[in-house]
Design a binder for this molecule. Sequence first.
Ligand code: T3D
Length: 259
Amino acid sequence: MAYSDITFDLNDNLAVVTLNRPDKLNATTRNMHAELRSAFDEIEKSGARAVLLSGAGRAFCAGQDLADLRMDGPGEILELLEQDFNPLVARIRNLPMPVVCAVNGVAAGAGANLALACDIILAARSASFLQAFARIGLIPDAGGTWTLPRQVGEARAKGMAMLAEPVPAEKALEWGLIWQLCDDDDLMDDAMRVASRLSRQPTKAFALIKQAINASSSHGFDAHLAVEAKLQAEAAASHDYDEGVTAFLEKRKPVFKGE
Ligand code: T3D
C-alpha cells in the first residue's frame, strides 16, 4: 500500500510508524486509520520485533479530524469507534511485541489515548496530554475511561476528563502516565534507542508480559497467579529462555532471536 497520511519504515526488525498530517496536528482520518491497519498487517507478517510510533511536526496527534466528520449523529461516532479507534488501540495493546510511543508534542482527544495504549511512552518536555473530549461534549474514548483511572487514579482521571486541560509531560511523568521525559531535541534519538534495544530482546517474553499485564485487571490475585504460571511456562518453552540461561552460565551476552 502507498502511504500518505502516515509514513512507515521497517528495518532490522524495527517498524517505525509516523502519523503524517503535520498541518492538522496529525488528526486522524478514515484514510489514516486504513493506512495504520495496513501498516500493522505488514508489521505482523514481517517478523518485526518492536514498533516505534510518533507524529510528524509539532504535535503527536490531535485526535479525530473534526473536519472529516459527516456530523449525522451517534451512528457516525459508533462507526468510527467500532471500525477505527477501538480496533487500533486493542491491536496495539495485544500486538505480540513492544510498541514504543514518542510523544513529540500535544496528544489530544483520541490521540492522547492512542499514545496511552502503547507499552513504553516517552514524551518531549514540551509535549502535553489533553483529554479534549469534554470541550466538544464527548467522553474520553479509545480506551480513555479504562486506562486513565488505572494509571492516574479516579481523582486525576475525572479531573483530566472533565476539566479537559492539558497535562504537561513533566506532570504526566509524575502521575505515572509515561515512562520517560526527554529534552525535545533528544526525544527521537532516545525513543529510537529504546525501540531498537527492544527489537533485539526476547520478543516472545515481551508478548507474554503484555498478555499477563493486560489480563491482570480482570482477575483476583489467586486467579492471576494461575494465569501467570501458564504464561511463564510458555516463556520457558522459548529459544530465548534457553539462550538467556545458557548465556548467563557461560558468562556471555545472550543472543535473543525473539523465538
Ligand atoms: O465523532 C467523533 O468525534 C468521534 C471520535 C472522537 C475521538 C476524538 O479524538 S474527539 C477529540 C478531537 N480532538 C479535539 O477536540 C482536539 C482539537 N484540537 C485542539 O483542541 C487544538 O488544535 C490543540 C489543543 C490540539 C492544539 O492547539 P494549537 O493552538 O497548538 O493548534 P491549532 O491552531 O488549534 O491547530 C493547528 C491546525 O490543526 C489548525 O488548522 P488550520 O486552522 O491551521 O488549518 C486546526 O484546525 C487543526 N486541527 C487541530 N486539531 C484538529 C484539527 N483539525 C481537525 N481536527 C482536529 N482534531
